[in-house]
Design a protein around this ligand. Structure first.
Ligand code: HEM
Length: 378
């Protein structure tokens, strides 16, 4: 274990690089005590079972009201190609927004639309604008909550507001969660559906498990049922082993230090860990490391976690992802709901995904798919 604390970026880093940090992980990058306090508060809130079942309800409402209608609208239509990556990005933004602050009003919705459009633009100037709008959005969300009252509300922001009235802290929370919870989840879902399209045996095993746990031709209805879906969980972990949403991540050393293997690290050195490469290393995962094999996560049919330092997809130690459990609720709910209702085929089956450069793995050109209702014969 390293003695020194590693910072996320050195002083004087360019705006776009800092924005990269913001987009990946929010602005919990503030220094020392303040970061520790914010993180502790967030950990306490997110650790509660009630927020996970709230997240479960929210995500399933979003799936029913937005995702399913979108896929149904193209299902079975000749030549109707849907970019699944784009659909997942819109969905995950709406979902994290709803989880943070339910019952938001029209004015906020307009800001959300503006941000969504801006995220699709590229230049630094446009991104600076986007960050300004996100700040306004965060402040508006908080103001509305204060006006409407938050004591009886279950959404994440109301929970934080019951614990503090520090507006800067609350704004940071809103921005962090909006940004951390959007691209990562969309990226994980995109890779999962790409892998499933070329592994029908895995898709079939997920559906067999769903029949057993939920009942034949039934939908996922309770949070408890979801915890029994061991094969589905294993598939999601295995998919992110191959395609981690954050492919690599850097920290900067604050003081001279020595790694456990004796390597000297000079102050200011960038140290990068690389989950994408680690997921493909024979030393770590064995000779079948390149195979897509959910079974490697199961012991007697029960899903078993790996050491996070071996599988740092959500980071490990003090920087571990705060939204991990919520992300898993979202990934499992979306995957199962779509698989139960639709057959999803790649529009360009023989193309391997290529990633655009960026902090979160994004498939260049999106994921074009053809959709068919499952009840329709092939
Ligand atoms: C598959 C989805 C996700 C993956 C792979 C993922 C991965 C990560 C990673 C690797 C970090 C550490 C970054 C670093 O400091 O080096 C992180 C931090 C964080 N994540 Fe996630 N994340 C996911 C989804 C989410 C969601 C849905 C939320 C919100 C509900 C979230 C909230 C956060 C927050 C707040 C932090 C910052 C923690 C801190 O600075 O101490 N994440 N995530």
């Amino acid at each position: 274990m390293l003695k020194t604390r590693f910072e996320n970026y050195p002083k004087g880093k360019s705006f776009s690089a800092i924005l990269g940090d913001l987009l990946g992980r929010g602005i919990f990058n503030v220094d020392g005590e303040s970061w520790r306090f914010q993180r502790k508060m967030a950990c306490l809130e997110l650790g509660r079972m009630s927020i996970r079942s709230y997240a479960f309800e929210t995500v399933n409402n979003e799936i029913e009201s937005h995702l399913i209608p979108l896929l149904s609208s193209v299902a079975g239509k000749e030549n109707a190609v849907l970019d699944l990556q784009d659909a997942f990005r819109r969905f995950s933004f709406d979902n994290i927004f709803e989880t943070l602050s339910s019952e938001s009003h029209g004015q906020l919705r307009q800001l959300v639309w503006k941000i969504k459009r801006m995220f699709n633009l590229g230049s630094e100037k446009e991104l600076k604008e986007a960050i300004k709008v996100i700040n306004v959005l965060a402040q508006e969300v908080i103001k509305q909550r204060q006006k409407m009252g938050f004591a009886a509300k279950k959404d994440l922001l109301s929970r934080f507001m019951s614990a503090t009235n520090d507006e800067t802290y609350l704004r940071d929370i809103v921005i962090s969660f909006l940004l951390a919870g959007r691209d990562t989840v969309a990226s994980a879902l995109t890779s999962l559906f790409w892998l499933l399209a070329s592994h029908p045996e895995v898709e079939a095993a997920i559906l067999i498990e769903a029949d057993r746990v939920i009942g034949k031709n039934k939908e996922l209805t309770t949070f408890e049922q979801m915890r029994e879906l061991h094969y589905l969980t294993a598939t999601i972990y295995e998919s992110m082993r191959h395609y981690p949403p954050i492919q690599f991540d850097s920290k900067f050393c604050l003081e001279d230090d020595v790694l456990p293997d004796g390597t000297f690290v000079k102050r200011g050195t960038r140290v990068t860990y690389h989950p994408y490469a680690m997921g493909r290393m024979e030393d770590i995962w064995g000779p079948d490391c390149l195979e897509f094999k959910p079974e490697r996560w199961l012991k007697d049919g029960v899903f078993c976690q790996e050491n996070p330092f071996k599988y740092p997809v959500f980071q490990a130690g003090v920087r571990v992802c705060l939204g991990k459990e919520m992300a898993l609720v979202e990934l499992k709910s979306v995957a199962l709901s779509l698989l139960l209702r639709f057959r999803i085929k790649l529009a360009t089956p023989y193309q391997t995904p290529r990633f655009s450069p960026g902090l979160t793995a994004t498939v260049r050109g999106g994921l074009p798919v053809l959709v068919q209702e499952r009840k329709t014969p092939l």
